[in-house]
Design a protein around this ligand. Structure first.
Ligand code: MRU
Length: 354
């Protein structure tokens, strides 16, 4: 079966599977420039921290091709403008700024090169960011599957799967690897109000691969944990601080506290590009506030009085103390996170013995 991928890139245009229509329709849109990509990110036609980083880099590669810039100054003007606009689309997922900064750094570090050679280098870098993500997810899956026991019932929240990355997924990468390892797992999927990434996207991925699963509403998680049905939680992340606090889809913090109270391991799966070493604690993470309409309507139908005031923080922060381990492409990292994240991700010390 062809591996699910949310995008197709032909080095000119970006074909995007419109995730607002899944799982009921498989429709693709074509993005021809960074404005198209920025619009698709804002409208959640594509979403997920690693994926919005990847498409930002590919959008900058599109601008390199389209720009016709014949000097470093002209090219740098084009790319800084595109980068700024892309970073403004959504504030919480650090992967977006990480990818834009990586592209701009490559440009600055090679400003002496002939312009055509610099352009080739930038396009190659964007492709590298895209390719690396899939490789990283396979490693995250491999390391994470070692934490999963035979017949585990795994709860996951939102969609941290192939649809949120270059493919395979982070949290769903762990689930895919455990399933491939014949661990006879069953997945419990939070519907993930208000945007239903769980009910629409994660169910879609699990059904496509025939991995056993149940859909539950977000407020059922505590019940199934207290009954000893759910025995491990695996989620993704949008930003992890140097101290190990984790921002992820709204509702994740509640799950972490429930897991802690029920002595259930709570794992976070994320590539190292999701770790923001510039901030120590979660209160410094910008939380996206999205439209209240996304709370008050389901598929365009009012579920409350139209004049009702609603609030919609799209992410929350789980303090490090509730996180049993962080699963990265460099291995499984445990507390104290302020020491071990640095050790493993910065000093390249092997995670195995931590
Ligand atoms: O608003 P979304 O759908 O972009 O939120 C996505 C999540 O919270 C994911 O769990 C996170 O980005 C990790 S994706 C591998």
């Amino acid at each position: 079966m062809k591996e699910l991928s949310p995008i197709e890139w032909n080095n000119f245009h970006l074909k995007v599977l419109d995730q607002t229509l899944l799982p009921f329709q498989k429709k693709e849109i074509i993005c021809k420039d960074y404005e198209d990509v920025a619009k698709a990110i804002k409208e959640m036609k594509l979403r997920g921290a690693p994926l919005i980083g990847i498409v930002a880099a590919l959008a900058m590669a599109m601008e390199v091709k389209r720009s016709g810039a014949d000097s470093y100054n002209k090219l740098s003007k084009v790319l800084y403008k595109a980068g700024d606009e892309l970073v403004k689309t959504r504030p919480t997922a650090v992967n977006l700024k990480w990818a834009v900064d990586r592209m701009l750094r490559i440009m600055e570090m090679n400003k002496e090169r002939r312009i055509e050679s610099l352009k080739d280098l930038l396009i190659a870098e964007a492709n590298k960011i895209y390719r690396e993500d899939l490789e990283n997810n396979k490693l995250i899956g491999k390391y994470g599957a070692e934490l999963i026991r035979e017949k585990d019932n795994i709860l996951t929240h939102c969609n941290a799967g192939a649809l949120a990355t270059a493919g395979y997924g982070t949290a769903l990468g762990v689930i895919r690897a455990a399933n491939a390892g014949k661990k006879k797992i069953t997945v419990y999927i939070d519907e993930t109000r208000p945007y239903f990434q769980g009910a629409r996207l994660t169910v879609f991925e699990m059904a496509e691969e025939k991995i056993p699963h149940y859909l539950i509403t977000d407020n059922m998680a505590g019940y199934f944990m207290s009954k000893g049905v759910i025995n491990v939680v695996v989620v993704g992340a949008d930003r992890i601080t140097a101290g190990g606090d984790v921002a992820n889809k709204i509702g994740t913090y509640s799950l972490a506290v429930l897991a802690y109270a029920n002595k259930i391991p709570f794992y976070v799966a994320a590539p190292s590009s999701t770790v923001d070493f510039s901030i120590k604690t979660g209160d410094q993470i910008p939380i996206e506030m999205r439209s209240e309409e996304e709370v008050k309507k389901i598929f365009g139908h009012d579920i409350t009085l139209p004049k009702t005031k609603a609030l919609h923080p799209a992410f929350d922060v789980t303090p490090a103390k509730y996180v049993s381990a962080i699963i990265t492409e460099k291995g499984v990292i445990r507390a104290p996170y302020d020491v071990n994240l640095e050790k493993v991700l910065k000093n390249r010390e092997a995670a195995a013995n931590l």
